[in-house]
Design a protein around this ligand. Structure first.
Ligand code: UDP
Length: 173
């Protein structure tokens, strides 16, 4: 509805979804609105610092190398994506951020950061090809700042099942 083409076709049941077949672009595309996670370690900025403008970041999807941080020149030089694809991905990523921020704030949730991946259809069209969930985003309660995402698990804080259900309840009613 917001002009971002996605792989989504149809929900079959609680566990299975039909999606369009794509070739995944081997980039993890991260948008950050507020400092958290690896950013705080890399940049020495305290967690919770709100950025003047959102940050877009790329990692090279490669488990052996632990998804290293790269810039778009790396992606071009290594043939991971073309300039045109990077421009499209960048445009969609910022748009996704705007759309998600609004949907979430209506549910009293702050979107701190998230990761998405994109794919190519057989005709080369770039589409969003990823889940968007508390596993791949940082969600903080907009009033209390409580974590409503995978950081509860990563940091061994507990309560992740309740938090995930809380997010679902707020978004889906
Ligand atoms: N993220 C993800 N998969 C990854 C790496 C990061 O979904 O393999 C998400 C993560 O949930 C967060 C955002 O990307 O919302 C930024 O993550 P960061 O670089 O701070 O890494 P982290 O500290 O989460 O490992």
């Amino acid at each position: 509805k917001e002009g971002i083409p996605t792989h989504y076709v149809q929900e079959i049941n609680d566990r299975d979804t039909f999606v369009k077949k794509v070739e995944i672009v081997p980039l993890e595309v991260i948008i950050r609105n507020v400092a958290a996670g690896h950013f705080t370690l890399r940049m020495g900025v305290p967690e919770g610092t709100e950025f003047k403008t959102p940050i877009l970041e790329f990692s090279y999807k490669n488990d052996d190398l632990h998804d290293p941080f790269i810039n778009h020149y790396y992606a071009l030089a290594l043939g991971l994506a073309t300039q045109e694809e990077i421009d499209t991905i960048t445009k969609y990523a910022f748009k996704i951020n705007e759309v998600l921020k609004k949907i979430l704030l209506d549910a009293n949730i702050r979107l701190i950061d998230f990761k998405v991946e994109f794919g190519r259809l057989s005709d080369g069209t770039i589409i969003l090809a990823d889940e968007i969930s508390p596993d791949t985003c940082r969600f903080w309660d907009a009033t209390t700042g409580a974590h409503l995402d995978k950081d509860l698990f990563r940091r061994n804080l507990g309560g992740e099942a309740d938090a995930y259900q809380e997010v679902m309840k707020r978004l889906l009613g």
